[in-house]
Ligand binder design. Sequence first.
Ligand code: ATP
Ligand code: MG
Length: 352
Amino acid sequence: MAFLDIRNLRKTYGSAVALEGVDLSIEEGEFVTLLGPSGSGKTTLLMSIAGFTRPDSGTILLDGADITRVDPEDRDFGLVFQGYALFPHLTVADNIAFPLRVRKWDRARIAARVGEVLKLVGLDQLAARKPRELSGGQQQRVAIGRALAFGPKILLLDEPLSALDRKLRDAMQRELKRLHQETGVTFVFVTHDQEEAYAMSDRIAVFQSGNIVQVGSPRDIYRAPGSRFVAGFLGGNNIVSAKAGPGELDLFGVRLPMPAAYEAARHGSGAITVWVRPEDITLGEAAPGAVTVPVTVADVSFVGTSERVTVATADGQELTVLAPSASARDLAPGAATTVGFSPASIGFLARE
Ligand SMILES: Nc1ncnc2c1ncn2[C@@H]1O[C@H](COP(=O)(O)OP(=O)(O)OP(=O)(O)O)[C@@H](O)[C@H]1O
Ligand SMILES: [Mg+2]
């Protein structure tokens, strides 16, 4: 039995179904991210775990005990929102002490614990400041410190970094990872940003319209998306049509021996869907053994670390390639070139 076990959860708002048949098991000490587009049910699940949302049916078990109808304050979970919801008139130290006072800890124990938490979140120099005297990232640290102060069984975080700029967000992601490792607390983190999910999570649960459609490690989900939706949502992937014949794959009008990853029973035959990752494609001269496809350049965009080159294949499909700037320098829209990729890098989508 898992530490937190969510079984067949359903939640509706009038005729709108926010969650439908949601199952998720989380182990103690895990960092699990709920990832999905806007409106897919992430916050509804998080709030059901927190106890602020009552599911219509289904069960939430903590350490084997049914907590589906337990009040939020009796669950002992920490909660961090996107808006920090700090008490503006209280200092940093008093914000962190607040949940301990509510729990009637004695003075000495509160002082000791606040000192520990201030160190943990790197705010020991700013203990006497008020929230308005802090940057956004510092305010977020206070909110995280306050949520961790009483030693919650689980820390629930709903898009806590989305208001921060890119650089600060990267720093806070590393910070959250460190806090997770140092405290050993189970983290359930909500985001719609796949890179954020990849960077921090032990496992990711991908949401689509009120359902969890895939659960796995970041690498597993990235390398083996289970559906067109997941493959597309995880970003940047080339999802294209191909033809599967006996022992042969017809891709972009190029015929090649069917790659070993193909299973007729799962992936279908005739018109099928495959993917090739932009970072697995080279532009121009290809490595020996690669599939080589003649293409026409449609667009070249500088994206910082590389160039994102969009090309059109002879059979009218589009491919995105991430190429080192040097290899794309002389390319302009309309230019004829080739792209290459290893047959082993072709992914097959299960027939839906
Ligand atoms: N209090 C509510 N009343 C009515 N409908 C609601 C309520 N809360 C959520 N919903 C609906 O339930 C669905 C799931 O909402 P939820 O807030 O869980 O999505 P989300 O994945 O967190 O989205 P976002 O990324 O935009 O925060 C949406 O269609 C939403 O409109
Ligand atoms: Mg939400």
